[in-house]
Each structure stands twice: as structure tokens, then as C-alpha cells.
Design a protein around this ligand. Structure first.
Ligand SMILES: NC(=O)c1ccc[n+]([C@@H]2O[C@H](COP(=O)([O-])OP(=O)(O)OC[C@H]3O[C@@H](n4cnc5c(N)ncnc54)[C@H](OP(=O)(O)O)[C@@H]3O)[C@@H](O)[C@H]2O)c1
Length: 204
């Protein structure tokens, strides 16, 4: 797949490394390609993978949004025509919502014609870099109205090494998925269990 990553921080950087390993074409749409953080990421994924946001999006069919939710309006201005493209929203609006919307997913659904899915928001970036616990693969989760976007997100989660990408439901479950992320943050950080913990669904 050809994937544009908007936001090359913890989450964008981790997923970029995983997808490059799986031979996807990754382009980082960066505000400041020469920042210290981006130079460090470039040593891992290659210098030629950085572009201005508009160009990265134009060249790709899949777009990952991994920046602060409040920057989404600025980003939407730079996306151009994204009709039919898949946008994966990995953000959490737990601290600051992109008002008047509850989440970035809702802002994108209202202001673009893209196929949107919420995914890669429910666990720490360290688990995206390494989803293996004692040889067992942890799960990823997703929600949204687009089946096409869900197929893409699922494949990209499996490509990272997650065991499965469990469907939380349609767009009415997007906020629940953000609360699920808050549950991970609560256990890992607020309750002090540490970031080396993850969710896996067991069935019988
Ligand atoms: N950290 C986690 O473990 C984790 C896990 C799941 C979901 N999330 C969610 O994922 C999102 C990103 O988290 P993160 O930890 O990756 O954040 P981060 O490390 O702070 O990275 C944020 C990225 O967004 C970029 N950015 C900020 N404002 C921008 C703008 N106006 N236009 C373009 N790019 C902009 C930053 O670029 P500059 O550095 O150049 O400013 C940076 O590359 C958040 O919504 C967070 O809630 C985080």
C-alpha cells in the first residue's frame, strides 16, 4: 500500500517503521522535515520518505492521522481532495476535543469525502513497535462506518504483528473506542502498571 503519515511522533514514527519493514510505501507528511525527531526517524526509514503534507497525500491511497486532535482543521485544509481515499484516525480526544466535534473521526466524516476508520488509538506506541508478549500477539481494535477502510486498517494491523484487529462497530462506537484507549491509559499510567501491558480478547 502507499501510506501517507501525518504526524511523525511516537505513533506515526512507530507505525512508519513497521509498515516500511513490511515493504509498504510510506511517506511522512511533516511540518518540519528537518526537526531533530524527523532526522532521527529518517535514519530508521530513509531520508527520501519525507514530503510536504499535500504531496504525501496526493501520492498515497491511505492516510494515517497521528497528531494532536486540535490540529485537525489545519490538516484538513492541507489534505486536498481525499474522496475515496482511506483515512485511519489514530488520535484520542481525551484531553482536548476538536470542537465542535467529539473526535477527529467526526471532524473528518463531516468535512471530507474520505473512507474513515478509527484504529491504532487503543494502545501505547511501544506496543505498535512490538505487539508480542511472551510469543503471543496482542489485539488491535477499530470502529467506523466504512468497510473498505476497516479492511485496510485490519491488514495494516496484521502487518504490524497484531494477532487480530477486532471490530468495535460503526461510528456510534468511535467514542467508546476512545474510552477504551483511556482504559489502557488508566491501567498503564494512572494506576501505575507501566506501559508494557496490552489487551487481548479471549473467546471459547
Ligand atoms: N503516544 C501514544 O502511545 C499514543 C497511542 C495511541 C494514540 N495516541 C494518539 O495519537 C496522537 C499522536 O500522539 P503521539 O504520541 O504520536 O504525539 P507526538 O509524539 O507528540 O507527535 C505528534 C506529531 O504531530 C505533529 N503535529 C503537531 N501539530 C501539527 C500540525 N498542526 N500539523 C502537522 N503536524 C503536526 C508533530 O510534529 P512536530 O513535532 O513537528 O510538532 C508530531 O510529529 C494523539 O492524538 C494521541 O492521543 C498516542
Amino acid at each position: 500500500m502507499k501510506i501517507a503519515i501525518i504526524g511523525s511522533g511516537n505513533v506515526g514514527g512507530a507505525l512508519a517503521q513497521q509498515w516500511v519493514k513490511m515493504k509498504h510505501t510510506v511517506l511522512i507528511g511533516a511540518q518540519f522535515p528537518l526537526s531533530e525527531k524527523n532526522i532521527s526517524l529518517a535514519t530508521k526509514i530513509g531520508e527520501d520518505r519525507f514530503a510536504v503534507i499535500e504531496n504525501a497525500v496526493k501520492q498515497c491511497d491511505v492516510i494515517l492521522i497521528a497528531m494532536p486532535p486540535t490540529a485537525i482543521f489545519e490538516i484538513i485544509e492541507q489534505l486536498g481532495d481525499v474522496s475515496g481515499k482511506v483515512i485511519i484516525d489514530a488520535t484520542n480526544s481525551i484531553m482536548y476535543a476538536p470542537e465542535p466535534y467529539q473526535t477527529v473521526y467526526h471532524a473528518l466524516a463531516d468535512r471530507t469525502q474520505a473512507e474513515i476508520v478509527k484504529c491504532f488509538n487503543t494502545t501505547g506506541f511501544e506496543n505498535m513497535l512490538n505487539p508480542l508478549y511472551n510469543g503471543e500477539k496482542i489485539d488491535m481494535f477499530m470502529a467506523g462506518d466504512s468497510e473498505k477502510a476497516k479492511e485496510v486498517a485490519k491488514q495494516l494491523a496484521l502487518d504490524c504483528g497484531f494477532g487480530s484487529c477486532i471490530d468495535f462497530g460503526k461510528s456510534d462506537k468511535v467514542e467508546l473506542l476512545e474510552k477504551f484507549a483511556l482504559s489502557w491509559i488508566n491501567l498503564a499510567i494512572m494506576q501505575g502498571n507501566g506501559r508494557n501491558m496490552a489487551f487481548k480478547v479471549l473467546q471459547r
